[in-house]
Design a protein around this ligand. Structure first.
Ligand code: SPD
Length: 287
């Protein structure tokens, strides 16, 4: 018996780490079966609204800022002058909102395979969709793998892959063929960044992703880590891959004077996120 027996719990079981994460739910708000996946929305007692896709937690009102800011601002302050950005996935529009905060960004094309994710986000996370009508933004509902395969050569500065885990519709976004398409679409010095799962639970996957990025021809890789309570282990990463040049810090002065507010990202966080614990260094050196 637990002291929480008066609550309804939504639990996600992480079979690969023998652990489970739970949030207290006050009610189910919605559920839709799209042609691609089941999207469910819940109201929680402490984390605001919650989106769950195929029984996997995607985001909560309370902590999505960590993930969306870390997927956007480090890469945009690392690129010297990002003008044209592509987001693959990202249907909840939280990443799009962060990217559009950068005044130098001229176009953002978001390609999510599932329009229903965006329709649900508009309804239950309106704050994340507040910038969807920005004239710089184009939202397309299509296959991101095909989009990148057909993208004009050297037409993009930054590609952000804001995907689900590598199962279901997101599976094809984690392999060498996809990274090769991204490399071709990037201009010289362009950067791909992708959510790269938990360092504690998914290190073999993270190593394999990095290997596939290198095999595709990316010249330099950088993995950043940050907290994310609602994902397995509460600890998450994103990995940057640069075309044709090594990483050489980031535009620290610009980040310091950013003309917009963030809740998590700042210069010190950016630096700290690139510090990797020994077990990660060892695993990445070995791969
Ligand atoms: N284990 C869930 C990982 C999901 C990562 N992407 C979430 C998308 C939020 N924009």
């Amino acid at each position: 018996m637990s002291v929480f027996d008066d609550k309804k719990w939504l639990t996600e079981v992480f079979a690969d780490s023998g652990s489970v994460f739970g949030l207290a739910i006050t009610r189910k708000l919605d559920e839709v079966q799209s042609p691609f996946q089941k999207i469910a929305m819940y109201e929680t007692s402490h984390f605001g609204n919650l989106m769950v896709i195929d029984d996997v937690i995607m985001l909560s009102s309370r902590d999505n800022f960590l993930y969306h800011e870390m997927l956007s601002h480090p890469v945009l302050f690392t690129h010297p002058n990002p003008k044209n950005v592509v987001i693959i996935g990202g249907g909840d529009c939280g990443t799009l909102r962060e990217v559009l905060k950068h005044p130098g960004v001229e176009t953002v094309t978001q390609i999510d395979i599932d329009e229903q994710v965006t329709r649900m986000a508009e309804k239950y996370f309106p704050e994340l969709c507040a910038s969807n009508n920005d004239p710089r933004a184009t939202l397309q509902f299509a296959d991101g793998i095909k989009f990148m395969r057909e993208a004009p050569t050297e037409s993009v500065d930054v590609i952000i892959v804001d995907s689900t885990d590598p199962i279901g519709p997101g599976e094809g976004l984690f392999n060498r063929a996809f990274y090769a398409s991204c490399l071709q679409a990037l201009r010289a010095g362009g950067i791909l960044v992708q959510q790269s799962e938990s360092p504690l639970i998914h290190m073999p996957l993270l190593s394999a992703m990095r290997q596939a990025m290198s095999d595709a021809g990316f010249a330099a890789l950088q993995t950043l880590n940050f907290p994310q309570m609602v994902y397995p282990s509460g600890w998450w990463t994103c990995t940057l891959a640069r075309k044709g040049a090594a990483f050489n810090g980031f535009r620290e002065a610009d980040a310091q004077q950013a003309p917009f507010a963030t809740e998590y990202y700042n210069v010190d966080i950016h630096k700290a996120a690139s510090a990797l614990p020994n077990f990660m260094r060892k695993a990445l050196e070995a791969s």
